[in-house]
Each structure stands twice: as structure tokens, then as C-alpha cells.
Write a protein that binds this ligand. Structure first.
Ligand code: RBF
Length: 213
């Protein structure tokens, strides 16, 4: 029997390697059951594509309306981290500190693990779940968040992955997180967002160097 639908993404022929990438994820906490499944699907796929656990930074915000500012500040903050880590790259020089061996910040890496990257994020994934209600909130939030996330990636040149479900019903949201209530569990779109983040990060790195092959 032929495939009943022509919709959906065709996987890339190229296997992109995420092992040198640093990826930020910001998720909202509204509709958390769906968010949790999407977040897990995203992280599992990032790791499958080679992104190191240390280099996946997850932050949470109350609702989807907060996602654009959070992504914007994460991108900016990662550039601050890189600038602050330059003395380390120069051989651990310290400037004016009386405790040269003090930890700068962050959680120490587990034994044997590569240290967490301080490079700017290669991509940021914004995860939110909007479910239409009785008032106009849904329309206003969907519209403003999608425009703001697009503007952010155009302004910064950092890929911002649109991981925001805009569902008309709870069942639509559940099915798009792979946890549908009926026989059709659906597909976890977090996996696609992770793949998009790794692919776009790889493209942008090459394109920024003027390489198109
Ligand atoms: N945030 C979501 O991420 N998903 C929603 O479905 C959602 N629905 C909302 C409905 C109403 C009536 C309100 C007042 C807020 C809703 N929010 C939702 C929260 C919103 O994104 C934001 O966190 C708050 O408005 C605070 O800025």
C-alpha cells in the first residue's frame, strides 16, 4: 500500500556530527507532561547525534511568552562565558586573583568526562507547548513568540530552533510529543528539533567560513 501522506520532513542524506557542538535548550513549564516528553526526546536525539551531555545546557522559564528573551540572553551569556574563559585558554593566567587555583564557576566535570565547553552556543532550541483555550491568549502568544524567535536568529546569526507546539487540542499536543492517549502515540517532535539544531549548527559553521561543500 502506498504511503497515506506526503507530509513531513525527509531526513538528510548527510549524517551530521554533533560532537564539537554546544547547544542551549530553554523550555517553558506550561503543559509540563508534554514538555517533559519533548525535552527528553530532544536530549536523547542530541546525544545520539554526538552532542556531549556536558555541552547541552538546559534552562526553564514559566511560559512560552518568556522563551524569546530567555533564548536571547542565553546566546548573549554564552559569548560572555567565552570572553571570560580566554585567560584559561592562554594557559591559566590570572589577573589580580589572590586564589589562583579557585574554581571560576560551574559544576566540576565527572571524572573522565571532557570539560564543558565555554564556546558560544551553536544553536538554541526553544521548547513550549501552547494549547488553545477560551480566550485570545493562544493567538497573541503564538504570534509574538514565533516572530520574536525568528527575529532573534536573523539578528544574531545563531540558529534558533522553533520547538513550540501550537495545538488546538490536548490530544494534538500529546500526539506531537509521542505520548498520544489513543492507539496512535504519534511522533516526538523533539527528535526533529534536535536534528535540526545539529544540522543548522553544522551549516552555519561552514557558511561562516565561506565554505559551501
Ligand atoms: N504558556 C504556555 O507556554 N502555554 C500555554 O498554553 C499558555 N496559556 C496561557 C493562557 C493564559 C490565559 C495565560 C494568562 C497565560 C498562558 N501561558 C501559556 C503563559 C504565558 O506564556 C506567560 O508565561 C505568562 O503570560 C507570563 O508572561
Amino acid at each position: 500500500m502506498s504511503d497515506p501522506t506526503i507530509k513531513g520532513i525527509t531526513p538528510s542524506d548527510v549524517q551530521y556530527d554533533g560532537s564539537s557542538l554546544r547547544i542551549g535548550i530553554v523550555h517553558a513549564r506550561w503543559n509540563k507532561v508534554v514538555i517533559d516528553a519533548l525535552l527528553q526526546g530532544t536530549i536523547d536525539k542530541l546525544k545520539e547525534l554526538g552532542v556531549k551531555e556536558n555541552n547541552i545546557v538546559v534552562q526553564s522559564v514559566p511560559g512560552s511568552f518568556e522563551l524569546p528573551l530567555a533564548c536571547s540572553r542565553m546566546i548573549a551569556g554564552s559569548h560572555v562565558q567565552e570572553a571570560a574563559s580566554i585567560p584559561d585558554l592562554l594557559g591559566g593566567l590570572t589577573f589580580g586573583s589572590s586564589t589562583p587555583n579557585a574554581q571560576r564557576s560551574g559544576t566540576p566535570a565527572p571524572p573522565g568526562a571532557a570539560p564543558a565547553s565555554k564556546a558560544p552556543f551553536d544553536a538554541v532550541i526553544a521548547i513550549g507547548v501552547l494549547i488553545k483555550g477560551a480566550t485570545m491568549h493562544f493567538e497573541y502568544i503564538c504570534d509574538s513568540v514565533s516572530h520574536a524567535l525568528m527575529k532573534l536568529q536573523m539578528d544574531t546569526g545563531t540558529p534558533v530552533i522553533f520547538g513550540v507546539l501550537t495545538a488546538l487540542t490536548e490530544d494534538q499536543a500529546l500526539e506531537r510529543a509521542g505520548i498520544g492517549r489513543g492507539e496512535n502515540k504519534g511522533h516526538n517532535h523533539g527528535e526533529d528539533w534536535a536534528a535540526a539544531a545539529v544540522e543548522m549548527s553544522s551549516h552555519v559553521r561552514r557558511w561562516n567560513q565561506g565554505k559551501f561543500t
